[in-house]
Design a protein. Sequence first.
Length: 461
Amino acid sequence: MADITEAEARNIVEFAVITVNEFEKYLSEANQSVEAATELNQNFEVISNKILQAAQQCSDTFANSDGKTHTELELPIHNAVASFRSSLVGVKQQASSLIAPALRVLAQFHGFLETDPATIIQKLSQYYRDTGRRIQSRGVSVASTSAGKVGGTSNTGNGTVYTHTTDEKGDPIDNFWPETVEFRCIADEHSGATEHQERFEIRGEPANPSGLSITGSGNSTTDTAKTPSDSILLNSSFTSYSGSTFTNWVKGGSGTVAADTTTYYRDSTGETTPVAIKFTTTSSSTLTQPFSTRRLQLDPNVPYMWHLAYKASSTATGNLKVTVGDQGVQTAAFNGASDSDWQVFNRVFWFDNVNKESPNFVITVDSLAGSGTPSLHIDDLIVTPMSTFNNLPYCIFGGSNPFLVNDRFTIDVTAGTAGVGLVNEWLWKAYNSYLPCEASPAAYSEGTPSARDWRDPAGYS
């Protein structure tokens, strides 16, 4: 399709998106002011509600004068409005059928063979990442996790819920559902779950029953807190050992490592005798587990998270380092003056970040210093794929104190500015997907409409 420009192919997508967006704006109370100056400026949801209100007023008047029931007078109006609303919701749900042929034109321009919209979006995403292109993001933000039971009481468990908001290239994940997500413990060790693997119910906000506007997702699911038994590595709790040799781990360096059964983070699931690894002496020490030990195969489309606990002796200083495959070294500098209680250290990684020939998971302790016999304890290593709720990656990690029923966390996912990032807005609504994006893409110089939703690499012409 060399007889059109890329800008013209993109315009078809954007104008399709603008069309369905304007239709939704008319339908939705969430997208237009209910205080508009005239009836014509108000949206359908507001106007149709006024029809029902007017029918009720007439019903009250006629019932008083003619003795007819409210049902006889109101029901036909209610049924007509419901039927009309249903037909309009049906039109809105056909947004994908309008956007799909526009995507196919863009796919043909780029020489893609695919015709399925979801696959086209995947191909476009890869092409955009390969060429450095980005479109305008929706600007959805994810707030920090808030802990506390209903009523303001603090949680009993001292773990938390971690979330992640960027993909393997560091770009925003742009298909989150704006709503408050609640994680509530519904089963602990005393009510059907295992200690440290407590079960949580995860809930979004209620969906709009009319279907005219998008409010909450109306979705819910359950999940459990993670322990080393969930880890994709072997012997993550270090309980299998002989002397200073830990099964499935290869020691390196000249420092000393040993099992400690008196100082440990928590007793993980299945442990008869909890164990932590104790690093001593000032020489560097490493513990390595090759991916080949378990023949690990990672899912390229899922983020992973590693999480461990460490505790420094009162005078110890030094560096705790973790390296996963080809990902850069992640370092936590420790100081016993502030880290003599158990601390946690974690990072997210993707297959694309760590893939290399013969990848390893490596724990390193170096520059260990301090008076007496400085030491660093490490325990409770968990390496796990993150779960998702409405496309939001998360992990529930318990702490040294187990969760109890009604422990609770909330996470606010907030929509960006209306009308910004419309292409991704409708790729999310129509296909639960998105294209690589950023908050402030550079201007796109070729063609119209506005460059707000497209960006090409520097020097593109």
